[in-house]
Write a protein that binds this ligand. Structure first.
Ligand code: B12
Ligand code: SF4
Ligand code: SF4
Length: 148
C-alpha cells in the first residue's frame, strides 16, 4: 500500500524496521506535535498508546508544510501514572526501557499475563482504550518481540 502511494507521488517508501533505523518517532513528533509517554511510546490525544507507524515517504525536494497543530499531551495531567506501576520487573523507568529484564520475564514462568494479553504497563494507561489492540493481537506482537 505504502509502496503504491510512493510510486504515485515519486517518493521513496521506507519502513520502521529498515536498518539503520530511521527516526520515525522524531518525524511523528514533528508531523503531529506528539510527545513521548513515560514508556517511550508516543502519546496520541485520541488513540493514546495504541498507534504505531507503518511507513513514511521520502522526497528529494523539501516540501513546505504547516506547523503541527498544538496537541494536548495527556501524560502531563496524569498524576498517578499507572503505566509506571504495573510491570512486575519495573522494566520501564526514567532511565529507559530495560528490555533485557522485560524479555526474561516475558519468556519466564511468570510471564503468562504479558504473553497472553500484552504489556501490563501499556495496558494500564486509561486513554485510547477503544483503540486498544485485542489480546490475541497483543499476544502475536509479544511473541514476535520475545522470539517465542
Ligand atoms: C529498536 C526498537 C525497539 C527495541 C528497543 C531497543 C532499545 N533499547 O533501543 C525493542 C525491540 C526493545 C522495542 C520494543 C518495543 N517497541 Co520499538 N522500536 C524500535 C525501532 C525499530 C527503532 C528505534 C530506534 O532506534 N530508532 C532510531 C532513532 C534515531 O529514532 P528516534 O525517532 O530518535 O528514536 C526514538 C526512540 O528510540 C525512543 N525510545 C527510546 N527508548 C524507547 C523505548 C521504547 C519501548 C520505545 C517505544 C521508544 C523508545 O526515543 C527516541 C525519541 O527521539 C522503532 C521504529 C523506528 N524506526 O524508530 C520501534 C518503535 C519505537 N517501537 C514501537 C513499539 C510500539 C514498541 C513496543 C512498545 C511494542 C511492540 N509491539 O514492539 C515494544 C516494547 C515491548 C513491550 N514491553 O511491549 C513503536 C512506537 C510507536 C509509538 N506510538 O510511538 C515504533 C515507532 C515502531 C512502529 N512501527 O511504530 N522497540
Ligand atoms: S498512564 Fe498516564 S503517564 Fe502513562 S502513558 Fe497513560 S496518560 Fe501517560
Ligand atoms: S511486557 Fe511485561 S515484563 Fe515487559 S515491560 Fe511490559 S509488563 Fe513489564
Amino acid at each position: 500500500m505504502i509502496g503504491a502511494v510512493a510510486e504515485i507521488f515519486g517518493a521513496r517508501a521506507v519502513s520502521p524496521s529498515d536498518k539503520p533505523y530511521l527516526p520515525f518517532q522524531q518525524w511523528a513528533m514533528r508531523a503531529e506535535g506528539l510527545r513521548p509517554s513515560p514508556l517511550g511510546i508516543l502519546m496520541h490525544p485520541q488513540y493514546g498508546l495504541w498507534h504505531a507507524y507503518r511507513g513514511a515517504l521520502l522526497f528529494e525536494d523539501e516540501i513546505a508544510l504547516p506547523e503541527p497543530r498544538e496537541v494536548i499531551h495527556l501524560c502531563d495531567a496524569c498524576l498517578e501514572k499507572p503505566c509506571m506501576k504495573s510491570c512486575p520487573v519495573d522494566a520501564y523507568s526514567p532511565d529507559g526501557f530495560a528490555y533485557g529484564s522485560c524479555l526474561a520475564h516475558v519468556r519466564g514462568a511468570d510471564g503468562g499475563p504479558c504473553r497472553g494479553g500484552g504489556c501490563l504497563d501499556r495496558n494500564a494507561c486509561p486513554y485510547g482504550t477503544a483503540y486498544r489492540y485485542p489480546p490475541e493481537v497483543q499476544a502475536f506482537h509479544m511473541a514476535s518481540f520475545a522470539g517465542l
